[in-house]
Design a protein around this ligand. Structure first.
Ligand code: SAH
Length: 214
């Protein structure tokens, strides 16, 4: 996997090291073991079967993490914990992480796997559109689902000199953006190019049994 990531332009040594360390197969259904280290998004075994959620492609995880320009002292917010793989990579890089997921089943799955691997991020079951005001401000924010426009709560909870990495677009066409907040609070967007594989960010929160809570 490391060689493929390097060939695709990932050159942040800390990202490559973290991704070589975190066992991706533990975040997947065992039936996908043989494909766990290929560059694929794979459907997760739990969640809502009508709109299956996926573990992000390794290259997507590497690219977004590299875009975050992580320092081990960073406080980071992730929207869309999913199975917890991206969260594990961030924890492995030494950051203080808070991650939000709207499916309770996925939230609980991630808690179990991350705990078993010895990572202790703050995991929140709720709606990422609200961010995590209790823990704000964040040096870095990563959104792992796509949205039409950056949610205002997230740009608000970004620290001065912080960076938000977010896929913006609709179901068919998305671009990865970095939004940098200057010391005076002004924001600047940089387009890092087209991407297509993100599931949409949705507002309603779902209980373990699939009931819509909000
Ligand atoms: N970070 C994951 C990617 C999971 S896919 C990984 O490492 O593979 C994106 C996730 O975003 C899905 O699990 C989906 O349920 C979640 N999501 C979508 N809308 C959300 C919202 N409003 N708040 C929190 N999570 C959300």
């Amino acid at each position: 996997m490391r060689e493929r990531l390097e060939a695709a332009g990932i050159n942040d040594a800390a990202v490559l090291r973290a991704m070589a360390t975190v066992p991706r197969h533990l975040f997947l259904d065992p039936m996908f073991d043989s494909r766990a280290y290929d560059n694929e998004a794979i459907p997760l075994p739990i969640g809502d079967w009508r709109t299956p959620q996926t573990i992000s492609h390794p290259l997507t995880v590497a690219f977004q993490t590299q875009m975050l320009q992580i320092k081990p002292t960073d406080k980071v917010l992730e929207i869309g914990t999913g199975c917890g793989y991206q969260a594990a990579v961030l924890c492995e890089m030494g950051v203080r992480l808070c991650s939000i997921e709207r499916y309770e089943a996925l939230h609980l799955f991630a808690r179990r796997v991350l705990g078993a691997l010895g990572y202790r991020p703050k995991l929140v079951f709720g709606d990422g559109f609200a961010g995590c005001p209790d823990e704000a401000p964040f040096d870095k924010i990563i959104v792992t689902c796509s949205v039409a426009a950056p949610p205002p709560a997230l740009t608000q909870q970004l620290a001065a000199n912080g960076r938000l990495v977010i896929p913006i677009g609709d179901a068919r066409r998305q671009h990865l953006f970095a939004i940098d907040k200057a010391a005076d609070g002004r924001t600047k967007e940089t387009d890092y190019g087209r991407c297509t594989n993100f599931v949409p960010m949705r507002e309603e929160v779902m209980s373990y049994y699939g009931a819509v809570i909000t």
